[in-house]
Design a protein around this ligand. Structure first.
Ligand code: PLP
Length: 331
C-alpha cells in the first residue's frame, strides 16, 4: 500500500515525460481525480472551478458533489471571476472529450492566479502537449487510454510537484485507490511505444478527417489543431445506423487503444450529463466520436465509407448487414 517498485518505475517515467518533479499512480483515472479533490477538500478548499466539457464521470462527480466539493462551471473567460477564497482547484480538459475543443492553457493558468490549474492531458498525451510548460500545476491522465495503449490496463496518474505528490500518496494510502502491480508492469511497456503509436494513429486520423470533411454525408468534423488520434464528426442521418454498420471498427467506449473504436457520446459516455448541459457543451445528438487505432487507413476508410452509405439511406436490404453489435454500456 505504501509503495511498489514496479509502480514507482512508471511514476518516475511519467513525471519525466510531463516535466514535473513527481507523479502518483492510481487504480484508475477517476481514482486519481478523486484523490486530487480529496486533497484539496481536506485542506478546507472545497470549491472547484471547472470548464465544460469534461470527461462524463468527472462532470457527474463534480455536479453531484459526491466528495463534498462544490463546483462552479464557467467559460474559459470566466475563471478569474469565479475564484473564491476557498477555491482549491481549476479543472480543465484539452483537447476536450467528445467535441475535441481546445483551450488556451497559458491564458487559463494566468487567470487562475495562485489556484492550481489541473489539466487533463489524456487525449493529447505528453507526445503532443505538455501542460506544465504552459503553466498548469497538475496534469492528470487516465492511463487506461494512450499511456497503456492496448486496451488492457486500468490506471490513472497525476503529475505534480513533490509537495502535492506527498499529499496524494497520503490519500491513496488511506482510501485504497492503488495501482495494481501488473498494471505497473504493463504501463512502462506502453510508454516505450507511446510516441510511435500516437504519431502513427494521428497521421491516420488526419487522413480520415480530410476524407470525412469532403464527404457530403458528413455535416461537420471536429479535429484539434495539435492533432491526435481522436476525431469527432456529425452525420446528417441516424448516428446509430453508422455504429450498427461498422465491421472493422468496434462500437465501444474508451479510447487510446491499438484498435479503432466508435461511440455515440449523447447516449453512451455523456448520458450521465444532463441534456441541457450536454448540448451546451457541444455534445449534440448526431455527434459520433472515433478513437483511431493502428489499422491501415484504407481499411478504416472502407469501413467508414460503407457505414456512412448505410446511414445515408442507400443501405442494403435488411439481413445483408449481419447482426449489429451492441454498444458497450460502460463509460
Ligand atoms: C477515461 C477518462 C477518464 C477516467 O479514467 P478511468 O481510467 O476510466 O477512470 C478521465 N479523463 C478522461 C479525459 C478520460 O478519457
Amino acid at each position: 500500500m505504501l509503495g511498489n517498485p514496479t509502480a514507482a518505475r512508471f511514476e518516475t517515467a511519467l513525471a519525466r515525460l510531463e516535466g514535473t518533479g513527481s507523479a502518483v499512480a492510481f487504480a484508475s483515472g477517476m481514482a486519481a481525480l478523486s484523490a486530487v479533490l480529496l486533497v484539496r477538500a481536506s485542506m478546507g478548499l472545497r470549491h472547484v472551478v471547472a470548464v465544460r466539457p469534461l470527461y462524463g464521470c468527472g462532470d457527474h462527480l463534480l455536479t453531484a458533489g459526491l466528495l463534498g466539493t462544490e463546483v462552479t462551471w464557467v467559460d474559459p473567460a470566466g475563471v478569474t471571476d469565479a475564484l473564491r477564497p476557498d477555491t482549491g482547484l481549476v479543472l480543465v480538459e484539452s483537447p476536450a472529450n467528445r467535441t475535441l475543443a481546445e483551450l488556451d492553457l497559458r491564458a487559463l493558468a494566468h487567470a487562475c492566479g495562485s489556484v492550481p490549474l489541473l489539466a487533463d492531458n489524456t487525449f493529447a498525451t505528453p507526445v503532443l502537449q505538455r501542460p506544465v510548460e504552459q503553466g498548469a500545476r497538475l496534469v492528470l491522465h487516465s492511463a487506461t487510454k494512450y499511456l497503456g495503449g492496448h486496451g488492457d490496463v486500468m490506471a490513472g496518474v497525476v503529475a505534480c510537484d513533490e509537495e502535492f505528490a506527498g499529499r496524494l500518496r497520503q490519500i491513496r494510502f488511506a482510501t485504497g485507490g492503488i495501482l495494481h502491480p501488473l498494471a505497473g508492469y504493463l504501463l512502462p511497456r506502453g510508454l516505450s511505444t507511446l510516441p510511435v503509436r500516437v504519431r502513427a494513429a494521428s497521421a491516420t486520423a488526419a487522413d480520415l478527417v480530410r476524407r470525412l470533411a469532403a464527404d457530403p454525408r458528413v455535416a461537420r468534423v471536429h479535429y484539434p489543431r495539435i492533432g491526435g488520434a481522436m476525431i469527432a464528426f456529425e452525420v446528417h442521418g441516424d448516428p446509430q445506423e453508422v455504429i450498427a454498420a461498422v465491421r472493422l471498427i468496434t462500437p465501444a467506449v474508451s479510447l487510446g487503444s491499438v484498435d479503432s473504436l466508435i461511440q455515440h457520446p449523447a447516449s453512451i459516455s455523456h448520458r450521465v450529463v444532463g441534456e441541457t448541459d450536454r448540448r451546451g457543451a457541444g455534445v449534440g445528438d448526431r455527434l459520433l466520436r472515433m478513437s483511431v487505432g493502428l489499422e491501415d487507413v484504407e481499411d478504416l476508410w472502407t469501413d467508414l465509407d460503407g457505414a456512412l452509405g448505410a446511414e445515408a439511406g442507400s443501405r442494403a436490404p435488411s439481413g445483408a448487414r449481419g447482426t449489429p453489435r451492441p454498444a458497450t454500456a460502460h463509460r
